[in-house]
Each structure stands twice: as structure tokens, then as C-alpha cells.
Design a binder for this molecule. Structure first.
Ligand SMILES: [Zn+2]
Length: 98
């Protein structure tokens, strides 16, 4: 059995360590704009959150995102983040291990 090392990141909502690919990156651009980073490649300061509305909402409510990104999240930004999450395609299925 070979095991690949999966990079782990902490979700700022539930504070659990999860494989990076299961998480969504929230990024603050150098211009100070906060958005979801589906590709993981946007420049800027990032925080990770599960692909779940509960975790994102909790991260916003408990100001974990603000703390992590060192930015004040307006209500508008918080709403648009939740909107973006709702519009994301579901997470890719785990590769079957047969
Ligand atoms: Zn979570």
C-alpha cells in the first residue's frame, strides 16, 4: 500500500484539519478585495474553509476569516461569499480506491 501525503489545511469554520482539496480558499487580493478562490492560485493572503455553508457562515460570524485575512468583512462581502459558495459546483468525487 502506498500512501500519498496530502497537504492539510485548517478550516477556519470548524477548525478541523482537512485535505487541501476538500477546502475552499478565501483570498484577500493585494487590492483588499475578498473572494473565493476556486483555483487556489489567486495572489494574496488566503484562508481555508470547508465547502459547506455552515463552515463559511461560522467563519464569518466568529470573525475567523477577518482574523485570518486581516481585513474587515462588510456585510456585503460576507453575503457575496455565501452566494459564491452556493454557486460552486459540488466537490469532485474522491478517486475510487478499488
Ligand atoms: Zn469546516
Amino acid at each position: 500500500m502506498k500512501q500519498k501525503k496530502t497537504p492539510l489545511r485548517m478550516c477556519v469554520g470548524c477548525r478541523e484539519m482537512k485535505p487541501k482539496r476538500e477546502l475552499i480558499r478565501v483570498v484577500r487580493s493585494p487590492e483588499g478585495e475578498v473572494s473565493l478562490d476556486d483555483t487556489g492560485k489567486k495572489p494574496g493572503r488566503g484562508a481555508y474553509v470547508c465547502r459547506s455553508k455552515e463552515c463559511l457562515t461560522r467563519a464569518i460570524r466568529q470573525r475567523q476569516l477577518e482574523r485570518q485575512l486581516q481585513v474587515a468583512l462588510g456585510e456585503e462581502v460576507a453575503l457575496s461569499l455565501q452566494q459564491m459558495l452556493a454557486e460552486l459546483p459540488p466537490a469532485p468525487p474522491e478517486e475510487a480506491d478499488t
